[in-house]
Design a protein around this ligand. Structure first.
Ligand SMILES: [Zn+2]
Length: 239
C-alpha cells in the first residue's frame, strides 16, 4: 500500500512538473526575435582588387567579410532581414581588371539604398603607421543626427568588448555622405597593432563583435518605428 501511494505521489509530482514547466523554447524564441520586421544592410568594406589594409598575409577585405557574415548570422537570429553589399571576394563591379574605386563606391551606395532598410553598417579594419595605435571607432556623417545616435549606441555596446578609448567621430566618407539610408562605418580595430591583429583574425572575436554591434543596433532601433517596406530594385554590376 505504502509503495502504491509513493508511486502515485511520484507520478503526480511528475505531471505537475510537466504542466507547470515554463515553455523554455517559446520564451527563447520571443527573447531572440527583437529585430523582426527590421531590414539591415551590412557593407563589408573593399573586396576584389581592393584589399584595403594589408598586414603580412592578413587582408582587411577578407576579415571584413568574415565579421560581416558573423554579424548577419547574429542579426538574423534576432529576427532581422539582412542584406550584404557583397558576400564573396569580389568588389561591387565584379571586375578582376581595371579596378575603379569610384564605380565600386557608386554601386555600393545604390545597393545600400535599394533595400529601403532601417539602417546600414559598413564594416572596416583600420591601419596606422604607428603600431601602438589601437581601438575600435564608429564614424557617422556629420550632418545626420540620427546617424550620430546610431554611432553612439554601437560605440557604447562595443566598448566593453574592444576596450576602445576612442570616441565616435563625424567623417565625410563617400558611403556615409551619399547614402539616403541611416548608417555608420565601424572600424573594428587596427590591423597594424599586434594585439588587435591577433584578435581580429579570430572567429571567436568576430562573434563577440557581432553580438556587440547587434546589441547597439537593437538599442537604436528600439527607439525608432520600422520603415515601410517598398519594392526593391536590383542593382546590376556595371558592364
Ligand atoms: Zn577599410
Amino acid at each position: 500500500m505504502y509503495k502504491k501511494i509513493m508511486v502515485i505521489a511520484i507520478i503526480a509530482v511528475a505531471i505537475c512538473l510537466f504542466i507547470f514547466k515554463p515553455n523554455k523554447k517559446t520564451e527563447e524564441v520571443n527573447a531572440e526575435q527583437t529585430l523582426t520586421n527590421r531590414i539591415i544592410v551590412i557593407d563589408p568594406g573593399h573586396g576584389g582588387l581592393d584589399n584595403g589594409a594589408n598586414v603580412g598575409k592578413v587582408r582587411e577585405d577578407q576579415l571584413n567579410l568574415k565579421i560581416s557574415l558573423a554579424l548577419k548570422e547574429e542579426l538574423e537570429s534576432r529576427g532581422a532581414t539582412v542584406y550584404l553589399t557583397r558576400d564573396d571576394d569580389n568588389d561591387l563591379t565584379h571586375r578582376d581588371y581595371n579596378y575603379s574605386k569610384q564605380d565600386d563606391m557608386y554601386l555600393r551606395v545604390r545597393k545600400i539604398d535599394s533595400y529601403n532598410a532601417d539602417l546600414f553598417i559598413s564594416i572596416h579594419l583600420n591601419a596606422s603607421t604607428v603600431s601602438s595605435t589601437w581601438g575600435s571607432q564608429v564614424f557617422y556623417y556629420g550632418k545626420s543626427d540620427t546617424a550620430k545616435e546610431l554611432a553612439t549606441d554601437i560605440h557604447d555596446a562595443m566598448k566593453p568588448i574592444t576596450g576602445t578609448r576612442k570616441k565616435i567621430e563625424s567623417a565625410n566618407f563617400y558611403v556615409l555622405r551619399c547614402t539616403k539610408t541611416k548608417g555608420v562605418l565601424v572600424e573594428c580595430g587596427f590591423l597594424t597593432n599586434g594585439n588587435e591583429k591577433g584578435q581580429l583574425a579570430s572567429s571567436k572575436y568576430h562573434k563577440k563583435l557581432a553580438v556587440a554591434i547587434s546589441d547597439g543596433i537593437e538599442t537604436n532601433l528600439s527607439k525608432v518605428p520600422p520603415v515601410t517596406p517598398e519594392p526593391t530594385e536590383p542593382v546590376e554590376p556595371l558592364s
